[in-house]
Design a protein. Structure first.
Length: 195
C-alpha cells in the first residue's frame, strides 16, 4: 500500500531515521511508521520546512530526477539588505561549487519580501544583531544540488541565516507549526508535481 506523509521538519533535525549521536532524527517524530517509508530528498540539519516521506518509488523518481525540473520554493532570511542587483544574479544563475567543480545554477524565480513571512519561530532563534539588517526572500528552484540555496545566496554576497522549504509543487506549509505531520492520499500527492 502506497502511503504519503508531509512533515514540517524542524531546525536541527537530521533527515534520516538512524541515530547519529545526540542529534534528533525523523524517528523522534515518526514512531510507528512502516519500514519502507523514506524521505524524498534531504533538508540539511540546519534547514527547516516541507519534507515528503513515502514508499512510492515512481513519485520519488519524478521528484528527485533532475530532468523533470519540478519546482520547490524556499523562504530565506539573508544577512544584509538584499537588492535588485543580487536578485538578478540569482534569477540569471550564479556559479557555485558542486563536488569540487564550478556549476552554474539554472535560472530561478526570486521575490523580495517587504514584511517577514508568517512562519513559526525557530528554536533556537536566529541571533539578533541590531546593527546588521536582514532581508527575507523567496527563491524557487527547479534543481536541488547539495546546500544549493546557501551557496547561491553566498555567491550573491548575502549569507543565509535561516532557510525554510516552503513548498514542493503546489503543496505548501502555510499555517503549519514546526513538527507537524500530515498523511495525504495518492490523489493529493499529485499536487507535489505541479509547476
Amino acid at each position: 500500500m502506497l502511503r504519503y506523509f508531509l512533515f514540517y521538519k524542524p531546525f536541527q533535525v537530521l533527515t534520516q531515521f538512524s541515530a547519529e549521536g545526540e542529534k534528533k532524527t525523523l524517528a523522534h517524530y515518526f514512531k510507528n511508521i512502516p519500514k519502507d517509508i523514506y524521505p524524498v530528498g534531504r533538508l540539511d540539519f540546519d534547514s527547516e520546512g516541507l519534507l515528503l516521506l513515502t514508499n512510492d518509488k515512481k513519485l520519488t523518481l519524478q521528484l528527485l530526477e533532475p530532468r523533470f525540473k519540478h519546482e520547490r520554493t524556499y523562504y530565506v532570511q539573508v544577512e544584509g539588505i538584499f537588492d535588485e542587483v543580487a536578485k538578478q544574479k540569482l534569477v540569471s544563475g550564479v556559479e557555485i561549487n558542486v563536488d569540487g567543480k564550478l556549476y552554474k545554477t539554472l535560472p530561478s524565480k526570486v521575490e523580495i519580501f517587504h514584511d517577514e513571512p508568517l512562519l513559526p519561530e525557530r528554536n533556537p532563534p536566529i541571533r539578533f544583531r541590531k546593527n546588521i539588517p536582514t532581508t527575507w526572500i523567496s527563491l524557487t528552484l527547479k534543481e536541488g544540488k547539495n546546500r544549493q540555496v546557501r551557496k547561491m545566496t553566498a555567491a550573491a554576497g548575502f549569507p543565509t541565516l535561516r532557510l525554510v522549504r516552503f513548498s514542493i509543487g503546489n503543496v505548501d506549509i502555510a499555517g503549519w507549526e514546526s513538527g507537524h505531520i500530515q498523511e495525504i492520499s495518492a490523489d493529493q500527492s499529485a499536487a507535489l508535481l505541479k509547476k
